[in-house]
Design a protein around this ligand. Sequence first.
Ligand code: F6P
Length: 535
Amino acid sequence: MTTLTSLLVPHAERLLATPTLRLFTDDPARLPDFSLDAAGLHLDYAKQRLDRPARAALLALAEARQLRSRIEDLFRGALVNPTEHRPALHTALRNPDDPSACVDGQAVGPLVAATLQRMDQLVDAIANGQSRGASGEAITDVVNLGIGGSHLGPQLVCDALRDLHTRRPRVHFVSNVDGGDIDRCLSTLVPARTLFIVASKSFTTPETALNARTAEAWIRQALPGPDAIARHFLAISANPARAVAFGIAADNVLPMWDWVGGRYSLWSAIGLPIALAVGSAAFRDLLAGARAMDQHFRDSPLAANMPVLLALIGLWNSDALGAETQALVPYDERLTLFPPWLQQLEMESNGKRITLDNQPVSGHTAPVVWGGVGTNVQHAFFQLLHQGTRRIPVDFILPLSHPRSPPAHHDMLVANCLAQAEALMVGRSRAASLADNPDPTLALHREQPGNQPSSLLSMTALTPQTLGALLALYEHKTFVQGVLWNINSFDQWGVELGKQLAATLLAEMAAGAASRAHDASTRDLLQRYLAARGG
Ligand code: F6P
């Protein structure tokens, strides 16, 4: 197989010697050719250090990796996760009518549709006050206990769609095993009116299990009757037997499936907190937006395919131009939780070092994904983007309207977003600095190199549909990059070792003694903890 480097190096050398602004002057049709629309989103990637020949080389690479047929494999339920012998059919969750989405020859659509109906019933029962706790009071608050994929997506969507929240219930999230997290949440709630959702695909995640036990004790203390747990706990899991063994009534367990990856699961019953917060209709609109992006991804030619282009741009920046990180800057407070969601999606999916052919990868895989919300981050890390020594590509995300932001605020927000993207590209020359201020020493410090690559994704409004499309866009971008790097984007074996070692350390804490099997540093730290804890 052709190596990435051999294909892309000549293009990278040419473009690193070309100011991005010159790409605009040399090519009057650059903007229409380096932008596209899909599923309510507009992607402008004209400020990337990319030209037509380089893009053609990237597209040839995608063809060489047989991307088209790999996309079809994803949608049809092929075993795209070979180390766990599973498909990854999150697309079926937003299109239960697709008969081609099959596992072991069986269409999965009917399972998805039935689960959506159960979710609708639960949402209705809670919203209209029919769902009552053990003492007969209506449920007013729902707490999602889950972590990683069983938390980040649902919390992001609930936060992003805050303007659509219904009157009942209020939805809360507890993920961290830090007891301060659940304490902060429970201290504001009344047990008789609180319902817990234990969200765990595996139902083996220790943090979620401990939070669930703490919640159970909180309920039992206030409501000692026999049906307290049945009335105050639901579970969502692909392992219903473990949920039932935990004590949750079998009727209160909503299904998840092995063929949905945890970090791709907000579209399943794991999204119940979303449906509770914004209503079933808005949840279906979210699914519809994702489905529109799915259709675009499945049907569009690679050269006009938004997820494919976003993936190729990322690969270009990292593999050809040497960027080690990727910044993500939404200009909208409602998308504050987008960067942490994307961190799990991209870094857990593509932070891999062995190929699908069981060989070490030849270069880097996923970049470090990080970011924050504009304009706040302009006053935090943007200095480094403008004048630091590293090349850091930025994805700007910009809803063009905001239902609650007065025009003076929104104008200023948008002006700042556009200004930052422009400043990163055009920079400021020594001469321009001197024209402002003749001090030559100061001019040295004021000079900005420019040519920092960015893309800007905009949408007319942030709605359930456009949000669904945005999340699906990045899911597919992640998948395409996995194909390009020839890695499995759907397993996460690297997280196992830390979990095992934590279990060993917990056992030693219970025994009050540090084992000699640890290295000196770990043993010393454990002993310090035992001394501080007093045992
Ligand atoms: O530790 C990683 C991980 O397995 C993620 O992939 C997953 O989203 C998270 O833990 C939570 O897993 P579960 O839903 O099984 O509790």
